[in-house]
Design a protein around this ligand. Structure first.
Ligand code: UDP
Ligand code: MG
Length: 316
């Protein structure tokens, strides 16, 4: 196969019920494109039949290439691995569960051909997702926007098209904590959105557990904002202010109204608990940043590969 124009990067974690339909819909779209396309499937340490199904597709179709990570590294890392191996000039990242409609590719490619280097898909609505998921996602993107020092567009996931130039920059970034939608915004260049309605999952259950979603959210904020670090300073100033007021109040009572009984025990206990929790929260926030520094400093590889198919150079 010649060097493809388009590369489709799809992370897969236990998606055996979706792979056949995904492949069918993707091939349909790939055949209508104006250039050759490669399909890069990344098995993120699946424990079901996903990997053997991927292998089968690889043997049937020369446009399919695959990577298999040696364990479950998580969605963002799986996408990172895929990006390390793409060969196309235009790279599309999408989920395996068909929540990201492949047919949107045509609109994204049109924008790319108009000269945009990043085209991200922005959700108009989340039909059939629980109100809790919708609410938390809504709130998270607004908080992130408030705190982050780069403008990360709200309601966008990882579904996007990126020019080779942008992918090369992402690949050159050594960071281990990869919040791809943030890094993608950080890079700059000409970026634009296409809008879509997010379909429900084709089959299978959601692979982002509450814990994984929480970790991703914390990653997003900590990787792109230093505001939480300042929280300790602000809270310190606030409680110093309260303390000064209290000193003045006590002085006033002592000097001018000596008969007022001083409110002792309750106040001290409350103040103790309040200060204790403020300090613990601040230490926790510091911990988030220090933990990430530790991860980065160790300099371990971002992922390990157990198997690949269709690549000449498999050093990562
Ligand atoms: N995924 C992955 N590794 C994980 C979790 C998820 O590669 O540890 C993949 C999953 O197979 C899917 C995509 O990431 O293709 C998005 O996952 P999911 O649909 O569960 O999450 P959503 O974004 O829809 O909440
Ligand atoms: Mg999904």
């Amino acid at each position: 196969m010649n060097q493809p124009i388009y590369s489709l990067v799809i992370p897969i974690y236990n998606e055996e019920e979706n792979i056949i339909e995904l492949y069918r819909r993707l091939i349909d779209v790939m055949e209508q494109l104006d250039g050759e396309a490669e399909l890069i499937l990344i098995d993120d340490g699946s424990r079901d039949r996903s990997l053997s199904m991927i292998r089968e597709l690889y043997h049937q179709d020369s446009r399919v290439r695959y990577l298999s990570l040696a364990r479950n590294f998580g969605h963002q890392i799986a996408v990172t691995a895929g990006l390390n191996f793409v060969q196309g000039k235009s790279v599309i990242v999408m989920d395996a569960d068909l929540q990201d409609p492949p047919e949107l590719l045509f609109q994204m490619i049109e924008k790319w051909q108009q000269g945009y280097q990043v085209v991200y898909a922005q959700r108009l609505s989340r039909r059939k997702e629980s109100w809790l998921k919708r609410f938390t996602a809504y709130a998270f993107y607004r908080i992130l926007k408030l705190l982050a020092h780069v403008d990360i567009p709200a309601d966008t996931g990882d579904f996007c098209l990126m020019d080779r130039q942008v992918v090369d920059i992402l690949n050159a970034m050594p960071e281990r904590n990869r919040y791809i939608r943030g890094l993608r915004a950080w890079v700059g260049f000409r970026q634009t959105a296409v809008h879509f309605e997010r379909d429900p999952r084709f089959a299978g259950t959601v692979k982002y557990t509450f814990g994984k979603s929480w970790a991703l959210a914390v990653d997003g904020i900590v990787s792109f904002s230093k505001v939480p670090l300042r929280l300790a300073t602000y809270m310190g100033m606030l409680s110093a202010g309260v303390a000064i007021l209290m000193i003045l109040l006590v002085l006033y009572w002592r000097l001018f109204e000596p008969s007022t009984p001083l409110i002792g025990f309750t106040l001290i206990t409350l103040a103790m608990f309040f200060m204790g929790s403020v300090q613990l929260i601040c230490i926790g926030i510091l911990g988030e940043y220090i933990g990430r520094i530790y991860e980065e400093v160790k300099g371990r590889p971002i992922y390990t590969l157990k198997e690949t198919g269709g690549f000449v150079n498999t050093n990562s």
